[in-house]
Design a protein around this ligand. Sequence first.
Ligand code: CA
Length: 369
Amino acid sequence: MRPAWGLAVLGLMFLASGVAADPAVTSIGAHEGEAVWAFSNPSNYTFVNATITGPGVSLATVLGSAGDTTQAEFAQANATTNIDLAGSPGDAMIANTSQSGVPANLKFQPTPSQLEDTFLHKGGGGNTNFGASSDLWVGYWGNPEWNRALIRLPTFPVPANATVVDARIELYLYATATLDSASIAVHRVTTGWLELGATWNDYDGSNPWNASVGGGDFDPASVDVVAGITNATGWYAWNVTSLVRGWLAGTYANDGMLFRAVGDDARLGTGRKQFFASDAPNATLRPRFTILYVTADSTGLLDSRSLDAGGAATWQRIRWNANVPAGTSIEIRTRTGSSSSVDASWSAWSAPYASSGNVVGVSSSTRSC
Ligand SMILES: [Ca+2]
């Protein structure tokens, strides 16, 4: 997004309609027509071969047209904030287009079809898949029960240009097998897996994980740990900001996250913690995400130099030529006064003009900006 605008074009006004001209005359009032030519260099222009017809018709140029169109003129601005005048001489553009806007706080609780989740189980029952289970089990609970949970959100409901400030995942603990205190860590998974195929031994139901002992492939460095989980039911939150940022940026493949009890590979018995999965019947207790993000919302301000009419005047129309891509906007306001520089005697800023060509209509003022 690089909005740019220039103020004013060379203009001529006719006092009656029905005038032949190239470009065509546009009626802008009951007794007024307008044709506008735009030149890169007004000094190379001469006005010839104008023909007007009809009784009482007269033709007049608009004397005193004033405005800024060149880099040198824009450079005389009273003040600029985040404006680039040099990148495209004659235009006033936003300099830094990556300024952050107001943060958006997204709370998202995926449906079963929006979230892939299952848990890996080693122990009784064989090499079973639990992708359709309403539970996510985590923890080592003595030989032979050992559980880890897998969760993957395939798509994140944030804009493509979002910068994630903070991302959390919350799981609801509804039951525990023992009172043992567990620290549960979340890790980045490094091998793709199938929700309805993954087991302790295999990532897709038939092909083994790279890890010789099974139990999923993951970065051994945990992303976050929640300590002291005993048998208190309720929500537990993990900070997964770095994971979500990495996935959105494409730094690594989104193979989801794995939850395990810290020390489970050392066979430390910390009990079995039972969380609800996305397939739980109670939709309000399924895994949920909170993602705080910002998107670029850059602004620039140009307070132009004052334009001196040289005497009492009535300001007519204000025109501008702006490139305004989708999602961007431009606001033009004016103020008037009779002193050589803007001071407290000047009017307040006007409301924004709705479109180019609006009548300013301020009389008895000699200067404007
Ligand atoms: Ca599932």
